[in-house]
Each structure stands twice: as C-alpha cells, then as structure tokens.
Design a binder for this molecule. Structure first.
Ligand code: AN7
Length: 350
C-alpha cells in the first residue's frame, strides 16, 4: 500500500480529525537495522537494533513531530511558524512550512550549526536569523516573540511535536512484535526521550506490547545539565545538535527515566566520535555525531545490559548533515594521484 506518512498511518493515536489538513512529506517508517557486526565488535551478548531516523525526508527525527505541529498550525489558521534550533528543527520546520505555505522563521546560535542544516533551511525558503550566544539564548528570544505575536512555536514545547515523535516507538513495537528491553536516545532538549516513552506507554496500555523498555537518555559530557542537575551556561561539545544547556523537556525526561527504571548518563566527545566511526564502518550506517551518542552510551553501559535482551539505539540524524565532521574524523583519507593507470594501481597496492 502507498505509504502516506505517519499521520495517515497512526491517525487513531494522534490529535487529528477529518478537518485537519495533513501536511506530510511521507515521514516515518524508518529502517530498524539489526547491528550484528557492531554487537560482535563490542562483545555484546544482547541484540542491538539501530532505529535510523536520519532516513526521514529532511534527514532527522524532527520530521515526525513537525508533520503534526505544522498540520495543526495550518488547521488553527496560523500564518507563520517559528523555532530556535541547533539545526535539525530549523531544516524540518522550513520544509513543512514550505509545503504548508506558512512563513517560517528560525533563530539559530551563530557559528554553532552544521552548514548543511542551514543550507536546507535556506533552500526551503525560511527566514534565518543567526544570533550570538547559545541555543538557549536563541530559544529565549523565540519564546518572547511568541508571547507577543500570533506565530506558532514549533519547538518541542509544542505538544504536537511530542505527539508526532511518539510514533517512533509504535514503529519499533510493530517491527519487534514487542517493546525492546532498553531504549537509548540522545538528549538535547529532551523532547524525544519524553516522546518515545509516551509512545511505549500508549501501546503497552493498548496491549500492543507485553513490556516497557528502560529509557536511557544520553547527553554529551560538556553539556550534561540533567546528569549534573544544573543549567550549563557555556556548553561545550562537538555534538552541536545536542548542545542545549537548559533542556525544555527536562522534567519529562526525568519522569521517563524514573517511571521506566532507566537512566540519564553522558559520554565524552571521544566516545561519541568513536561510536560515530564504528557504526559507519561496521554497519554501513552514517549518522551525525550527536546521534551516535546513543550508541556511545550503550557501549559505555554495556556491562549493565542483561544478556539476551533487545536494545534500541535511536540514530536521530543523518551523517550527511555534518560532512565536515566526517571529513575530519574518518580513518580513511582521500589519496590524490596522477591520472595514470600505473600510478593508480600503485596506490591501490594490489
Ligand atoms: C540529531 O534541531 O534541538 O532531546 O534545534 O538534532 O528531543 O532535543 C535538535 C536536537 C538529538 C536531541 N539528535 O533531541 C534542534 C534540536 C539530533 C538532534 C537531538 C537533536 P531532543
């Protein structure tokens, strides 16, 4: 059957009616990849699955929430949407805003967004405002603007974003015929951790799964406000997508952790880069560095994972979002060579 996006697929579980205009790019339905080589390489005695949400239309999980947030904005008669962003939200908002015919404003921290993400928002036609300071400061401006002007906020404070994103859990349960035992997810603003937990609980309550996973959120060490229990004024990590010092869904993430008997932990930039390279080289899965924090967290905590269990690591964004990091950290290097067959064969060393 022709797949028409997650609102059409999961309509019964989402706050939509026949009157809601469905603004979709056919998001969702992303691959769940069994990572056997990765499991072997790290010596895991459990099953690892990568939920590759970087395969969404704009290359990140944000599309799951944006289809609903923008559809509802359109339904309410709004003429414009706005968000602050470390990059992926802006790309997604701009794409769905374009499709809906809504004016889209994005405020980003200057110099701290991967250029490919900005190039997306530019191509989709958003108004990009780049301000000095962190994501958190950009987000403060956006909240002030939304208090005064009739512009719809599409950051994850907008509950429709969470509702859309919970469908990732539905897809995992359908693919595995049950919930997994552990669910690792990168944490920035913490909306995705809250959304997945909501999705798992809803399908459990409907008897579509027999268990609930332990939710394990992973922050970057240089920016781990929830782990440290304090706002981080000057976050520092190369995982720019999760460089958030004061997460909007802080309390919801703590609730997900407590209710699921899970954890919120952090990993260093070195651990993130190591996982980033490992999933690409062992599984052929290219995710952006921030996304790889879920895998880095799983590796860090692997001795606490029960043998034989099923483990999900969400890969939230596509590796193509940040080709600068790939070119910088890849073990392989490009070899320049004169245009001559003998020289090429010499380099090939065969
Ligand atoms: C690849 O785009 O916050 O914990 O403004 O891009 O739900 O915030 C991005 C977040 C993980 C964290 N992985 O998710 C933004 C933004 C990637 C991301 C997260 C983000 P949340």
């Amino acid at each position: 059957m022709y797949y028409q996006g997650l609102i059409n697929k999961y309509r019964a579980f989402l706050p939509v009616s026949d009157k809601t205009p469905v603004i979709t790019l056919n998001e969702g339905n992303t691959p769940l990849i069994k990572a056997e080589k990765l499991a072997e390489k790290i010596g895991a005695d459990f099953e690892i699955y990568l939920k590759f949400d970087g395969c969404n239309p704009t290359g990140s999980f944000k599309d799951r929430g944006m289809t609903l947030a923008v559809s509802k904005a359109k339904e309410s008669g709004s003429g414009a949407i706005i968000c602050a962003s470390t990059g992926n939200t802006s790309a997604s908002a701009a794409a769905y805003g374009a499709k809906a015919g809504l004016k889209t404003f994005v405020i980003v921290p200057d110099g701290l967004v991967a250029p490919s993400k900005l190039s997306q928002a530019l191509m989709y036609g958003a108004e990009i405002i780049s301000v000095q300071g962190s994501f958190d400061r950009a987000f403060d401006f956006v909240k002030q603007i939304c208090e005064k002007y009739p512009i719809t906020l599409v950051n994850s404070l907008n509950q429709n974003r969470i509702e859309g994103q919970k469908t990732g859990a539905f897809e995992i349960i359908e693919a595995l015929d049950d919930a997994p035992d552990y669910h690792f997810v990168p944490v920035g603003n913490a909306g995705n951790m809250a959304a997945y937990w909501k999705g798992y609980k809803e399908f459990f309550d409907l008897n579509k799964s027999k268990k609930l996973p332990e939710m394990i959120g992973i922050q970057a060490k240089g920016c781990a406000p929830i782990v440290e229990g304090r706002i981080i004024e000057n976050p520092d990590t190369l995982a720019t997508a999760i460089r958030v010092g004061n997460p909007a869904s802080w309390q919801s993430a703590l609730k997900a952790k407590d209710e699921s008997n899970g954890a919120i932990d952090c990993v260093s930039d070195e651990e993130i880069i190591s996982a980033y390279k490992l999933i690409a080289s062992s599984e052929g899965v290219f995710a952006e560095p921030s996304s790889a924090s879920s895998v880095a967290g799983m590796i860090k905590l692997k001795n606490q994972i029960k043998s034989g269990s099923k483990v999900i690591c969400v890969l939230t964004g596509n590796g193509l979002k940040d080709s600068d990091s790939a070119l910088k950290f890849a073990n392989s290097k490009i070899k320049k060579c004169p245009a001559n067959i003998d020289e090429i064969l010499k380099v090939m060393d065969i």
